[in-house]
Design a protein around this ligand. Structure first.
Ligand code: F0G
Length: 471
């Protein structure tokens, strides 16, 4: 490792990043990590840091930081014209801000490169005209997990592991199985039985993972995995693994590039195990330190009311101690009661000035249908962002003249059961979660429902239906 310097990375030295692991609690730094990615001294989580960047005097618009920032921006822009697989990846295109690896070691499915959409319909509903969606559901396996998995799977293979493993609510496992298959690795998936969608489960089967449905919840799966990695030679690919978060940082880089490096006022992200919010926040802080942006967007996290560990942690302990919950929500991707990265998330919320809010099942269902009505669609966990934005506008935290970006984390096709049940009016029928009976929300839901219509195969029947729909 070259000695630390006080300047930002030198982009003329290609792939000059030089990273270390650092404990988020005691600050102990090391070149290697233990198998469970926990600090050997205090047991807390590790993060990846780049000593060559810090202390980094962020002097936006002038001096060496500004030169480096503009060089980085132009390098990343130029790579858009390249046909090299690492340049075609929307993650590795930003490799100066990732741990170093040689190009030929990278496992990639051309992840990232996801669109930023405007949301005119949702903008009208929320009263926030400058409203956008960064659709991470358009990644190769249909969720944001791919951006982290390309990095972590690459490092798993480099470390010489044959097996990778994760606990999952379905998207991590789908992504891990795909990247393992691409990289010639075997994969072991631990998912809670009956609590993840068939679409996600079918992905890990098709990609060849050994898939175990455990009679527990996600938190139970993760607990078991953490014991397993200490006993068996498997490399853990949950977001406790800090390489995952480095890859997921690129969402923020790509977003800011799409906004011509003009930060939005707000970025709103769903919260489950809290890895993604931590990664986005880390990216924002690094971007500011490197002079890539001059001010920080406020990063806010939205949770389902039935899986609101971070909301309670902040409200009841001021972010000092984790309040765990018995999680229950139809947004199964975020059905998590004991989030591993809660401390990292508290840190980035505090650092960016964002909030944590919770939304009900009805609010999630309504928001999901409203995003669907934009022709975009997402899975239920992603829709918490729109539902949360409505609350943040109501409380005055988001102002109509401000801009906001919703991070849509998963594809609509990830959970077709939820969508079918919603449109058929069955969503809350067999659930422990009941419709609150609130007349207004029921009317709003009904106006969004488009149940499939079974007809005789006659022209008359179809024309009658068309006329009916016109009314
Ligand atoms: N949205 C979707 C679609 C997810 O799959 C997840 C997490 C989240 C949001 C929350 O992200 O955990 O980083 O706060 N899914 C994990 C999984 C837990 O196993 O697929 P987070």
């Amino acid at each position: 490792m070259p000695p630390p310097s006080t300047s930002a990375p030198d982009v003329s030295r290609s792939r000059a990043t030089d990273s270390r692991f650092r404990c988020i609690a005691c600050g102990d730094a090391s070149d290697t990590a233990t198998r469970d990615f926990r600090c050997p001294h205090c047991g807390d989580l590790l993060e990846i840091v780049y000593p060559a960047w810090s202390p980094s005097p962020a002097i936006p618009g002038s001096g060496p930081a500004a030169t480096v920032a503009s060089e980085l921006k132009s390098t990343w822009q130029q790579r858009r014209l390249s046909l090299d697989p690492v340049d075609l990846s929307g993650v590795w295109r930003f490799r100066e801000l990732l741990p170093f690896v040689s190009d030929d070691a990278v496992i990639t499915l051309r992840e990232g490169n996801t669109p930023l959409y405007d949301l005119p319909h949702c903008a009208r509903i929320t009263g926030v005209p400058r409203l956008f969606a960064k659709h991470q559901g358009l990644n190769p396996t249909g969720s944001f997990k791919d951006t982290g998995m390309t990095v972590a799977a690459t490092f798993a293979r480099l470390a010489g592991f044959r097996w990778v493993a994760c606990a999952s609510t379905g998207n991590t496992s789908a992504s891990m199985a795909a990247y393992a298959a691409r990289g010639g690795l075997r994969s072991l998936v631990l998912v809670p039985e009956g609590k993840i969608s068939w679409s996600k489960l079918s992905q890990s089967l098709d990609y060849g993972a050994v898939t175990c449905q455990l009679r527990t919840d996600f938190d139970g799966c993760l607990r078991l995995l953490q014991e397993l990695v200490l006993r068996a030679p498997v490399y853990q690919l949950n977001s406790i693994n800090p390489f995952r978060l480095e890859g997921q940082k690129t969402l923020a880089l790509e977003l800011l590039e799409q906004l011509d490096w003009q930060p939005p006022d707000h970025i709103i992200v769903p919260g489950g195990n809290l890895g993604n919010s931590s990664a986005i926040g880390k990216a924002l802080l690094e971007m500011r330190a490197l002079g890539l942006i001059s001010r920080l967007p406020k990063l806010s996290v939205i949770q389902a009311e039935g899986a609101n560990a971070l909301v309670r942690t902040l409200r009841e302990t001021g972010g000092k101690h984790l309040v765990t919950v018995q999680a229950e929500t139809r947004a199964t991707a975020i059905r998590i009661g004991n989030p591993a990265s809660w401390k990292k998330a508290v840190h980035v919320l505090e650092a960016t000035g964002g909030l944590c809010e919770q939304v009900t099942e009805i609010e999630i269902a309504q928001a999901k249908a409203e995003i669907g009505a934009e022709g975009i669609g997402c899975e239920p966990a992603s829709a918490v962002t729109l539902a949360g934005l409505k609350k943040l506008v109501k409380s005055g935290f988001v102002k109509p003249e401000e801009s906001a970006v919703l991070v849509l984390t998963g594809n609509l096709l990830k959970d077709p059961d939820f969508t079918m049940e919603f449109h058929r009016g069955d969503l809350f029928k067999h659930s422990v979660i009941k419709d609150s009976g609130d007349g207004d929300s029921s009317a709003a839901l009904n106006s969004l429902r488009r149940p499939p219509i079974v007809l005789d195969a006659t022209l008359d029947a179809v024309i009658r239906t068309l006329k009916q729909a016109e009314k």
